[in-house]
Write a new protein. Sequence first.
Length: 649
Amino acid sequence: MPRWLAALALLACSCAQAELRLSLDAANLSPSERQVSQDLLDQALAALPPSFIQRLDRTVQVSWSDDLPANAYGRITRPDGLALNVRLLPQLIDPKLADAPSGRAHGSLRRELLATVLHELTHLYDRAALWPVSEGLRQQHCRSQANSTGLVGLADGCRGQTARRFSISDDPQLLDLAGWQQAVGKRGQREQGNGQDARSPDLYELSNPREFVAVNMEYFLLDPAYACRRPSLQRYLREHFAWQPSAQAECASSYAYLNAGSNFARQPLGQLDPARVYAVDYLLAEPNQQWASRWGHSMLRLVICAPGRPLGPDCRLDLDQHLVLSYRAFVGDVQLSSWDGLTGAYPSRLFILPLEQVIEEYTKVELRGLASVPLKLSRDELQQLVEHAAEVHWSYDGDYWFLSNNCAVETLKLLRSGTGRNELQSLDSIMPNGLLALLGGRDLADLSVLDDPREALRLGYRFDSYRDRYQAMFSILRARLPITQVNVEDWLTLPAAQRRPWIEQADLRASAALLLLEQAALRRQLLFAQDELKRRYLSARDNPQDGRYAVADDTLRQILANSGFLSRPAELLDAGYGLPQPGEWQRLEAQSSERQQTLRRLSDSLNEEVRRLLDPERLAEIDASEANLEHIGEHLRSLHKASGGLVLP
């Protein structure tokens, strides 16, 4: 045989034998102990992906040891050694004890030991195996390493590397999904904390990225429902190994979520079907002069088609179906403190809200416009983003920092982890309006929809502030009545009693304008009352002898205590992990409905109490505005009847 052919045959032989081998240390083991131990190792090898076995080319010595803590099942002892707790061996021999419910995560002692072997082997795989990643992620990792080590030249040196490789636990894509996100303003450096502690299968996974990978491998390999509970991570591992376990549960086509809208008469539990989401828009609430709002507010809008409507532009007309993903500080008190926002005292949570409420909240109450700019996502990216948003909704409870982990930062992190787009890795902005400009500049958002303001309004890419609408209505009044005020703000600041005489002089069109303006005046008074009550409430808390606020104080505290589930829905379930499955939906529906009914009762009670606490002048002004509205309604009905049902020009 030619020498080269013999060498080729030898190489082929050695390659065929390159794989993971588990060698049991059978010294001092009885035949039955040896048998159950070997069965355990055989089960572990059978559960592992073929590529895992091929890549981890080594012999791992497995032994039973008495040198482990009593509560430890096993651990890696050296690069090729795995020790299992010998105290568990007698139970493993007895089938009744080995397969009985153990109270541990995987159910039985046998399954827990199997998970332990898989967990520890994953650590060996993660340390030994390095995988290529994209050029964009490679450069981002180099910047992170240069920043964290202080070696400025490291990033430049990376430009000469053509095959930078990562283990799983430092793969930027995995870190994004796992919750160790890029820290803002630190050139790719990762955050130290992980806020995804709700609905976790094992809080040990949050210790560090290495343990996160090992714990999730346990469930990827052993839990058929893992793909339904953590679909983003299952997809990552499936693609990494080009393989998935044969036993896979059938997943529901939609995801449960809690609608955090203010309508307490509505059932809060909803179902979000990614197949009905036509587009995702970057939704920007335009800035105002408030300290916390001077750069706007970042949100994502899900353009959801009405049932039965095919995916297409017409879905933008189904406004009652659209949802908004909004990271907000959950304030467990009536006071929003600027200092607390700077120091991270508020939880940051992903609220899911009806678009119609968001439009009213910003355009009518805060008098801020909304810009809704489509993101340029493929169909797969869009569905993965919606999927991951649902996961974050159930798992995330972070800290809100106005300057480093605000709505813009959180929204960018969701876009990164949900879409996996490399272009997002180098973006960095703490300003909502600045993030929109960056997305447009990288051709990730279609800013052209805002070029024609009138067309943007018609097509639902923009929702204008009611301030302009109020001014237009006021111009109608000034054209038809001898009113001396010039700006709508001057009119709205008039006492209600001074606006009332104009009602009788108004024709049909002027009366319609008066109706809208009087509604704005009442809304303005209610905002003043809310701020007034907040300040007086806080003052009364510092003066416990003032008992006027005791009832309202107790009611408000109950509302705050009972409303947290709308932004942290995981507290409704005491078992399971990840996305709730259909078997848990019935309990969710019952629990959320009960909480919602409590909120409705408390809200009605609070509304009755707070009116008694208002200053007499404020209450009189609110009563006068309500009386004006009633009078305008009567006047409109009489004018409409007199005109024969026709609207006068």
